[in-house]
Design a protein around this ligand. Structure first.
Ligand code: CUA
Length: 319
């Protein structure tokens, strides 16, 4: 609790993640208030109970307790004190909720799409990034979010913001990051097999670096294979396809290229560029013998250059 108190006062703590957004301290203060009130109330009730059990225990066979119908002072106190506390919690909670709920007018909007089992971000100029949400520091950012399949939930602990992401409608959250840095994003709604690996990162950078990045002018000097490796991680291929030869949910990528694949439906094909492309974009068409139909389709999700990078990466993983 001491650690929580320190956090609520804005100090570093092992109990809570860092307060990286402008709203985090307010959320923590409210949380600390509720926690402290609850702990004090528990102590009071349990201590009172133990005291009365001891004090008014039956001491002799003939002893009888007094008949008490009511006590105005006691009734007033146990009604009035909680009432005041509840009103404080409500007004305070409403204020923080309101601040969390409504983004400032000048907020920069970013579109977020959740899909089993990755996140994708699209910026106002159409630029897209998988798994890394770039945001400018010191400017309100509003996320407009939806899902392509099932219910997900978008959670950034360091910012103290969390919101369900639903198919067929939009939900939103907003935040303003205080310091440049990287912050973890989690999916907090159980959304299927690889829910726990549906992760992403916020990358908060100064406004001018953000402008540079979002305009696509930040030059990438990665080779196609390196770009593919990045995509492999960013698009979460790694949760089902290993690169060390072990079979996970799907076949390993190691030594995959050039193999002849037998399918569940009896057909077969050699793994070449076209086979890989089809397996990624139309993933349910052919199922390799011994595996099941679980891979989501990436048609409309991956950009061509990502598919090409992935193919280059898989080709590079020779035996
Ligand atoms: Cu998406 Cu859990």
């Amino acid at each position: 609790m001491l650690s929580l108190l320190l956090t609520s006062l804005g100090h570093a703590s092992t109990f809570m993640p860092p307060q990286a957004s402008t709203i985090a301290p307010a959320v923590d203060r409210l949380y600390a208030f509720l926690l402290i009130i609850s702990v004090l109330a528990s102590i009071l009730v349990i201590a009172g109970m133990l005291y009365f059990i001891f004090k008014y225990r039956r001491k002799s066979e003939t002893e009888k307790s007094a008949y008490i119908t009511h006590n105005h002072l006691a009734e007033f106190l146990w009604s009035f004190i909680p009432l005041v506390l509840f009103i404080v919690a409500f007004v305070w909670g409403w204020k923080v909720y309101h601040d969390l709920r409504f983004a400032p007018e000048n907020a920069y909007e970013i579109f977020v799409r959740g899909q089993q089992w990755s996140w994708e971000f699209e910026y106002q100029n159409g630029h897209k990034s998988p798994a890394e949400l770039y945001v400018p520091v010191g400017r309100p950012v509003k996320l407009l979010m939806t899902s392509s399949d099932v219910i997900h939930s978008f959670f950034i602990p360091s910012f103290r913001v969390k919101q369900d992401v639903l198919p067929g409608r939009y939900s939103s959250i907003w935040f303003e990051v205080k310091e440049p840095g990287e912050y973890q994003i989690f999916c907090t709604e159980y959304c299927g097999l690889q829910h726990s690996s549906m992760l992403a990162k916020v990358v908060a950078v100064p406004q001018k670096d953000f402008d540079m990045w979002v305009s696509g002018k930040a030059v990438s000097n990665l080779s196609p294979e390196e770009q593919g490796h990045k995509t492999y991680i960013a698009r979460n291929c790694n949760s089902c396809h290993s690169i060390d030869g072990s079979a996970v949910v799907g076949p390993t990528f190691k030594g995959n290229f050039g193999l002849t694949r037998q399918f569940e439906d009896g057909g077969s094909a050699v793994v070449d560029e076209n086979y890989l492309r089809e397996s990624i974009l139309d993933s349910q068409k052919h199922i390799v013998k011994g595996y099941t139909k679980v891979m989501p389709t990436y048609e409309g999700v991956l950009e061509d250059k990502e598919v090409e990078a992935l193919i280059a990466f898989i080709k590079s993983l020779k035996n």
